[in-house]
Design a protein around this ligand. Structure first.
Ligand code: GDP
Length: 362
């Protein structure tokens, strides 16, 4: 087992436990050894469309080091001021439905037409040490090589809130870098679909044709969130079933009231492997965007999302400050044991811990 030149032994240990195919992590380690550019240089590099600088800026935004926060905030603020005209699309569906194949095909169609495309992922269960399962470069080989595309795996993080915050900020950086289409993928673990829905303009649900019970087993709320339902793998022997599923979904959707912005969710089918139905879907998205921009709902939705972003940031910060407070760190386990043994009620314990935090922070 060879050591990469110039590496410290601890870095080598991390690398050797990973698969060689996990190229992202290797480059990540190399990247973190580079001296970080100033916010000004990062901003200029981003604006010039330099992918390496963009990657470094995202690493800064994803950093959990407190010393990096202020720098990341400055950078995001600069990028927010840049006028951009992007479309943000959320894509969800169970593993195996064909998300990465679909994103690769749609992404290639778009870059062929001169569009610049980003693929991000929200997967709170992934961690860089284990290797991200979502948005991995190896899952979209063509798009990853494409000069007009930028593919970034899910940020690591224990909490969905943390992952969502990092992804929102990454979107802003990518938009400042001139990307037109931002795709955010999720498998929908826990509340991650809701989180992605809260950061995109258009939300897409990929489905497979089942055995006629299409609406069963579908997560509550997901139909209300979707702006389009697309039945993938509508090819070969599956074509007929896909068309039947399309009819079923259309019928079922009639039971739902139209969305606040007047949009009636569409149902269509596609074959990601054969590149069929993808162009039609893109026309649906363009139609949605045109209508939403005309009615003003496009910017209304983004404003609402910005407000939610603020509230979520506050929640995340409060939690972070609480759990990283020295007094809490030393007392939490003690109180947890007491609560488990009914020696103190959870409410009293919570009060005592919060009081501890209040007292020690003054
Ligand atoms: P993900 O887990 O949702 O990202 O799904 P993948 O994109 O990895 O696809 C899972 C499997 O389904 C792979 O073997 C793909 O080749 C296959 N697949 C994806 N899209 C299609 C399609 O449109 N038609 C058919 N027949 N197979 C597909």
């Amino acid at each position: 087992m060879g050591r990469y030149r110039g590496e410290r032994p601890d870095q080598q240990i991390t690398l050797s436990t990973r698969k060689n195919t996990d190229r992202f992590n290797i480059s990540k380690v190399k990247e973190s050894r580079k001296p970080l550019l100033s916010e000004e240089d990062l901003f200029n590099g981003i604006r010039n469309g330099n992918k390496a600088v963009l990657a470094q800026a995202i690493t800064l935004v994803e950093s959990s080091k407190k010393s990096h926060w202020e720098r990341a905030n400055t950078l995001v603020e600069k990028c927010l001021a840049a006028k951009t005209r992007s479309i943000r699309i959320g894509i969800t569906g169970v593993p195996g439905v064909g998300k990465s194949t679909f994103i690769e095909t749609l992404g290639k169609n778009l870059t062929d037409r001169g569009k610049k495309v980003v693929v991000l992922a929200v997967d709170p269960t992934s961690s860089r040490n284990k290797g991200s399962i979502m948005g991995d470069k190896t899952r979209m080989p063509e798009l990853s090589k494409d000069a007009r595309a930028f593919v970034r795996p899910s940020p690591s993080g224990d909490s969905l809130g943390g992952v969502a915050r990092k992804t929102r900020e990454t979107i802003i950086l990518c938009e400042a870098a001139g990307y037109d289409i931002i795709m955010v993928e999720t498998v929908g673990v826990g509340q991650s679909e809701t989180a992605v829905h809260g950061m995109v303009d258009f939300f897409l649900l990929l489905k497979l044709a089942g055995a006629g019970d299409e609406l069963q087993g579908i997560k509550r709320g997901i139909i209300e969130m979707a702006d389009a339902i697309v039945i993938n793998k509508a090819d070969g022997d599956n074509l007929k079933r896909a068309k039947l599923a399309e009819v079923d979904f259309k019928r079922a959707l009639q039971l739902y009231p139209p969305k606040e912005n007047g949009w009636i969710p569409t149902v269509s089918s596609c074959s990601a492997t054969e590149n069929r139905g993808i162009h039609e879907l893109w026309e649906i998205i363009e139609d949605y965007v045109a209508k939403a921009q005309k009615s003003g709902h496009f910017s209304i939705k983004r404003k609402i999302q910005n407000k939610e972003w603020l509230l979520q940031t506050i929640e995340e910060r409060l939690k972070f400050d609480f759990y990283n407070h020295e007094a809490i760190k030393s007392q939490l386990e003690v109180f947890l044991s007491k609560v488990a043994e009914n020696k103190i009620s959870p409410f009293r314990a919570a009060e005592a811990l919060l009081e501890l935090q209040r007292r020690k922070s003054v």
